[in-house]
Design a protein around this ligand. Structure first.
Ligand SMILES: Nc1ncnc2c1ncn2[C@@H]1O[C@H](COP(=O)(O)OP(=O)(O)O)[C@@H](O)[C@H]1O
Ligand SMILES: [Mg+2]
Length: 408
């Protein structure tokens, strides 16, 4: 498969624990024109070998069954999960990922050469902390790659994050590699913003070298919105932001929560359910008091929008009031890009900063497919024994070849 065009299935399941995204991506080291489907133009990653052709052949999303979602969320609750539960979940997810790839092969009538499977994060501690006399950064993604390899019949690259941590990084974020290849621009500064369970951004100054890429988690994405929508309306998420649109934002609540340490902390920084899960939602609800339930959903939505804008003001635009700044665009992706109330709130926060909001779909990359495409790219790099972390984004001391390979 070396130096040949190959089709990689990128498989992603994020912290929202909503399900599995599968993207089929054709990759090649040679630029290619005249392909049937929309091809995304790629700029070279300076000083490193990387694909020059990335073409999305198809993308599909499979929701977890209700009981599987409950098991996944339960497993993230470190104090309660049993070892037997975790071992079983590992193998079950392997089967479900394989089912997803096999179903997508039938749907798109395409056979893949390689699977790149992120796995389901159960725990992520990006910053090293003391443990039994050593200081360790740790992470854990589950979903048995040996099962995926056996069922699909092709090699599987999995477990991308530990390699970056072994090189001194935080193991996250890894998507900036794709962001840089696809969205670097000669004249516009770009902020590539993904709104999944957690929201994260990649800042790419105009005409930037890889070393000037900054990326970090800005705070909650859909996680708090989902939690309060489930609690008050019995729905897993606020479809198109309709509930939030019918409520009124409690501005003092947003102001108070933005004072928390996480939002003030300088990047690089990462967050997970540890920061914005159950405990945070409890505090959020306490701060909202006896407000109307639609106002609480509106406020959770505004908190996501305001925390993103706040992060941009503090850490991305060095001087937000400066005139004659080069054009700055936000490229939005993730499930949150479908929440139109959130997008409207975000655009209103960013307009005074001179940042224009666009969605990644405008660039030929469907917003919900982006992370799965990113892991297809990372898998491709690993298969060719090439690095794909962005050290300035993760804090790693060196470029690292990410992941492990399982053979069928
Ligand atoms: N039509 C929609 N309207 C509003 N929110 C949506 C919509 N579709 C998806 N979402 C939100 O996106 C989340 C999933 O986003 P995703 O990018 O898959 O996150 P993750 O990577 O954390 O799994 C859902 O939990 C939901 O909050
Ligand atoms: Mg998801």
């Amino acid at each position: 498969m070396k130096n040949k065009e190959i089709v990689v299935a990128g498989v992603m399941s994020g912290t929202s624990a909503d399900g599995i995204n599968v993207a089929f991506v054709r990759l090649s080291d040679r630029p290619r024109s005249g392909s049937r489907s929309a091809s995304i133009s790629v700029s070279a990653f300076r000083g490193q070998e990387c694909p020059r052709h990335i073409e999305l052949l198809g993308h599909v999303e499979y929701s977890y069954a209700k009981n599987v979602r409950a098991a996944v969320l339960g497993a993230m609750n470190a104090s309660r999960a049993s070892v037997a539960d975790l071992a079983q979940l590992n193998f079950l997810l392997g089967e479900l990922y394989a089912d997803g790839v096999l179903a997508a092969q039938r749907k798109f009538s395409v056979k893949v050469d390689l699977v790149a499977c992120h796995g389901q994060t159960l725990y992520h501690q990006g910053k090293a902390i003391p443990f039994l006399g050593r200081t360790l950064a740790t992470t854990w993604q589950t979903g048995e790659a040996a099962i995926v390899a056996a069922r699909v019949g092709v090699p599987v690259v999995s477990d991308f994050r530990p390699s970056d941590m072994a090189a001194g990084g935080k193991g996250a974020p890894l998507v900036p590699y794709l962001d840089y290849l696809l969205f670097r621009d000669a004249s516009a500064a770009r902020i590539v913003q993904n709104v999944g369970g957690i929201a994260n951004l990649t800042s790419i100054p105009a005409h930037a070298a890889p070393s000037s890429v900054v990326a970090f988690d800005t705070g909650p994405g859909n996680m708090v919105i989902d939690a309060v929508t489930e609690k008050f309306f019995g729905q897993p998420f606020d479809h198109n932001g309709k509930i939030a649109a019918s409520g009124k934002v409690l501005e003092p609540v947003v102001g108070k929560l933005l004072k928390r340490e996480f939002f003030r902390k300088k990047p690089p920084k990462t967050a997970g359910r540890e920061e914005f899960g159950r405990e945070f939602v409890r505090e959020f609800l306490r701060t909202c008091g006896r407000a109307k339930k639609q106002d609480i959903v509106a406020t959770a939505t505004a908190l996501t929008g305001a925390s993103i804008a706040d992060a941009i003001r503090r850490f991305v635009l060095k001087d937000p009031t400066a005139r004659n700044r080069p054009l700055c665009e936000m490229i939005l992706s993730g499930g949150g890009a479908k929440n139109s109330t959130l997008v409207t709130m975000l655009a209103a926060e960013l307009a005074p900063l001179g940042v224009r909001v666009r969605v990644s779909d405008e660039f030929g990359l469907p917003s919900s497919a982006k992370e799965a495409v990113a892991f297809a790219l990372l898998g491709y790099q690993t298969w060719h024994r090439r690095p794909s972390n962005v050290p300035s984004a993760t804090g790693a001391k060196r470029a690292a070849v990410l992941g492990k390979v399982s053979f069928p």
